[in-house]
Design a protein. Sequence first.
Length: 266
Amino acid sequence: MLARVKEVLDTLLSEFKNGTIPEAVAYAMFPIPNIPSASWSMLNRLMMFFHGTEDARGYRQWQAVGRQVKKGSHSFDILVPVFIKQKSETADNEITDEKTILKGFCCGCVFKVEDTEGKPLDYQKLVVPQFPLIEKAKALGVEIHATGGNDAYNGYYDPRMKIIALATPEEKTFFHELCHAVDHKLKGTLKRGQDPVQEITAELAAQALCRIVGKDGSRHFGNTYRYIESYAKDLSITPQAAVIQVLSEVDAILKYLLQGRQVNSV
């Protein structure tokens, strides 16, 4: 086995031991659409996640979209399949069949979007609005940036990188991810993946923020109910019971965010 191929596989084994694979798979299942890595294998998308990015490409691929790799940046390896054509011949050396077979794997070097500069990418053209409470995210040391969404999500909070990524200008999405960040701050840790209790907590707190300091008010209430209902089913309880279960956590999040702030009349 090639040394670089072994290094890639060793990285994956290490992440299995550390218990980060389930969270990584959740992200890797829903890549940004219409970029090269969207068609990568799950293994390579996992490698991208472990290197802290949602978008990685080869040097020439970045040049093709008007971006240059920053001086001093380091690439990381992904596995690239190597195919060969195999011919079947008769005793008279006549070719009767030709098929493509997988010979093995080699490594390809890719660079993170964070290590490039140049023309904005399509998914970066979303302008993140000046949301109410955006200063609270900054005070937590959380960066906010645009990302490409898909049918599965419009945003997420990454507790490892302390990033809120948004694919929509909707304030409720921002509030939801901000509440995850505050929950992380208050508890010191978050469970990996889509934990039902954490999701219900963030969604209920976000809906409250929409009414208290937001501009959209109760416009998203129906979506919030369906969201909470879906996660309550995972807990085998009613939406009402789920709300009661998380009220103390929601209260703590709202107090953290709203202390000393003028609020709307609900």
